[in-house]
Design a protein around this ligand. Sequence first.
Ligand SMILES: NC(=O)c1ccc[n+]([C@@H]2O[C@H](COP(=O)([O-])OP(=O)(O)OC[C@H]3O[C@@H](n4cnc5c(N)ncnc54)[C@H](OP(=O)(O)O)[C@@H]3O)[C@@H](O)[C@H]2O)c1
Length: 346
Amino acid sequence: MKTAMQAVRNSRFGPAGDVLEYGEVPLPRPPGKGEVLVRQRATSVNPIDCRRRGGYGRALLRLRGIGGFPQILGCDVSGEITAVGPGVSELQVGDAVFGAKSPSVRGTYAQYCLVKAAEVIRKPPELSFAEAAALPYAFLSAWAALTDAGFRAESAAGRRIFLQGGSGGTGVVTLQVCKALGAHVAVTAGPQGVDLCRRLGADEVFDYRTEDFSRHLDQFDFAICLADQSEEAKMISILRPGPGTGYATIVHPLMSLVDTKGLLRGGSEAARTFLRNRRAQKRRHRAYAWSLFRPDRAALELLAELTEKGTVQAVIDRTYPLSATAEAHEYSESGRAKGKIVIEID
Ligand SMILES: NC(=O)c1ccc[n+]([C@@H]2O[C@H](COP(=O)([O-])OP(=O)(O)OC[C@H]3O[C@@H](n4cnc5c(N)ncnc54)[C@H](OP(=O)(O)O)[C@@H]3O)[C@@H](O)[C@H]2O)c1
């Protein structure tokens, strides 16, 4: 019986080439209640993986019991189920599935990973394993922000949405989903990403290095920060007064404040900033949120449906084999990728 698998793990924090080791590790334990074991065929690099490898979030992750070494990074799941735990009825051995798991010590840079059955759904046959690995974590993170800002899929038609960072991993999929739902979408992107965003259907695209979007946009319903929180005031300035409008960001200082100043000082500084900003928006009847990735089965189903129809496509910049994950991290950190960096797993 097989007891080992290939995986990429790190036993300390540091640069990708120094700390990411490809080799044999023990197989995960058999799935427990509500869990499935997935034979991974692909995963992807998300910036959180590179940042966690450098130590980002260590204080809060340790508190949640998901710090410590050795760790296997990676959040995107794409593969076939090889075992199901007690209580799992909707998925079976042999199902091709995709989804994302929250950051953990036993992540997805491995031939096998354990996930909660609720975190994966059947993969549409139209999507390859590589394409399926490029979508879920990035999309669900941005979707959490959209939802926290007050956006709802059922009333999306005609709403005006601004996405900062339209050509990044989170932007490329979210922009397509919002367009597919009938929203008007404006984005910012770097000079290399402008054409890509236009091709993906954005109604208005601004090169953030040379143009100030806030001089051109007004009366937006939602502004979502996917890249740089220092532009928060500008993003809020393009919103119409609420109710039914909002700003949310997935780039916020909570983790880094706790890392640098400790749980008490860093946590209370983050809380003070957040509450002050939220109060200011509440006075205009707008939502204000600092959002985090969260599993969302309904959103994953929506994503699958739109990819089946062909209205949403994975945008893959490069693929690497699992053994070259360190190079994939270095490429991600170079900031040159447009769309996603995928890791294929034999
Ligand atoms: N809170 C959470 O749970 C959560 C979850 C997922 C991601 N995140 C964070 O969200 C951010 C985006 O993730 P991602 O996967 O999309 O990253 P990514 O693939 O690295 O993309 C970032 C994109 O932002 C663009 N950009 C940088 N500064 C910009 C600006 N001022 N205006 C407009 N665009 C700008 C970059 O373009 P250029 O390369 O041309 O500069 C790049 O295309 C990362 O910081 C990540 O850590 C947070």
